[in-house]
Design a protein around this ligand. Structure first.
Ligand code: F6R
Length: 256
C-alpha cells in the first residue's frame, strides 16, 4: 500500500483527482468505481473542474457506485442515485447508460445484487475504485464481521453508521436500516483502489486499518492484501498513526 499523508481535505481531494485524471488519460474507457458521502465530494468538484477545463472527458468511461439504501426510490433526496446526479453525473459527460448504481427498490434485491456483479464483470471489471471509510472501518457498506468473500449483497447497517448518516436526514428514524452494497470481494477485484480519509473522527479506523490485524472486524484492513492501493489521508485522520513503525510496512509520503 502506498500512503500519502496530506495537509487537509482540499489536498486529499486534489491528489485523488490527479489519480483519476491519470487513469482516464491512460485509459479513456476506464471502468470507475465511485462512492458517496462527505469524503469524495471534493474529489468530484476537482474532477468537474478538470472536465470543464477540457483536460479530461468521461464520454468513454463507465461508472459503478458502491452502494444504495434499500427502500429509497431514486428520486428520494437522500438516495445515492440522487447524490450522484447532483454532485457529479449531471456535470460531466459520462453517458447516462453507463452510470450504474444498485437499485434499493428492486423487487428482488438478491437478483439485483447478483446482476450488479455480473454487469461489473461484463464491463471488464473496475479499473479504479474510490473508497471512503466508516468510523467502524466499513468500506462500501460492508459493516464489521461480514465475510470477505461477499459479493454485492444486502447489508444491515450498524447502529454507528445509522447515527453517522443521520446528519443527512430530518430524523434518525428516517435513516434506512438496510443497504445494497458491493461486497468486499467485489471491491478487492478492482485493479486499483484509492482510499480517502479526512478528519480526526476517522483516526481510529485508519490506525486499525494500517496497524492492526487483517480481520472482518475491521473491513478496511483487507486492503492490506490488495496489490494496488493508494491511501490518501489528511493529517487529522493520520493523527493516531505511528509513522516510524509503519514505514517498515508501507511506502509513506508526508506533506511538503
Ligand atoms: C459511501 C460508502 C461509505 C462511506 C463511508 C464514509 O458510498 O460506501 O463507505 O464512504 O461511510 O462516509 P463519509 O464520507 O460521509 O464520512
Amino acid at each position: 500500500m502506498n500512503i500519502i499523508i496530506v495537509k487537509d481535505y482540499e489536498e486529499m481531494s486534489r491528489k485523488a483527482a490527479h489519480l483519476f485524471v491519470a487513469q482516464l488519460l491512460n485509459k479513456p474507457n476506464s471502468v470507475l468505481g465511485l462512492a458517496t458521502g462527505s469524503t469524495p465530494m471534493g474529489l468530484y468538484k476537482e474532477l468537474i473542474r478538470f472536465y470543464n477545463e477540457g483536460m479530461i472527458s468521461f464520454k468513454s468511461a463507465t461508472a459503478f457506485n458502491l452502494d444504495e439504501y434499500v427502500g429509497l426510490e431514486k428520486e428520494h433526496p437522500q438516495s445515492y442515485w440522487r447524490f450522484m446526479q447532483e454532485n457529479f453525473f449531471t456535470k460531466v459527460d459520462l453517458p447516462v447508460e453507463r452510470q450504474f448504481i444498485p437499485s434499493g427498490v428492486a423487487e428482488d434485491i438478491t437478483l439485483e445484487s447478483y446482476n450488479y456483479d455480473k454487469k461489473i464483470t461484463s464491463k471488464g471489471g473496475i479499473d479504479l475504485q474510490v473508497l471512503g471509510i466508516g468510523r467502524n472501518g466499513h468500506i462500501g457498506f460492508n459493516e464489521p464481521d461480514l465475510k470477505f468473500e461477499a459479493r454485492t449483497h444486502v447489508v444491515k447497517l450498524d447502529e454507528q453508521t445509522i447515527e453517522d448518516n443521520a446528519r443527512f436526514f430530518k430524523d434518525i428514524s428516517l435513516v434506512p436500516t438496510l443497504a445494497i452494497s458491493m461486497g468486499v470481494k467485489t471491491i478487492m477485484q478492482s485493479r486499483s483502489i484509492i482510499l480517502l480519509a479526512s478528519g480526526k473522527e476517522k483516526g481510529e479506523a485508519i490506525m486499525k486499518m494500517l496497524s492492526g490485524n487483517i480481520t472482518p472486524e475491521l473491513p478496511a484492513s483487507v486492503l492490506q492484501l490488495h496489490p494496488s492501493v493508494t491511501a490518501i489521508i489528511d493529517l487529522a485522520a493520520a493523527s493516531m498513526l505511528d509513522i516510524a513503525a509503519l514505514e517498515d510496512l508501507y511506502q509513506i509520503s508526508m506533506p511538503s
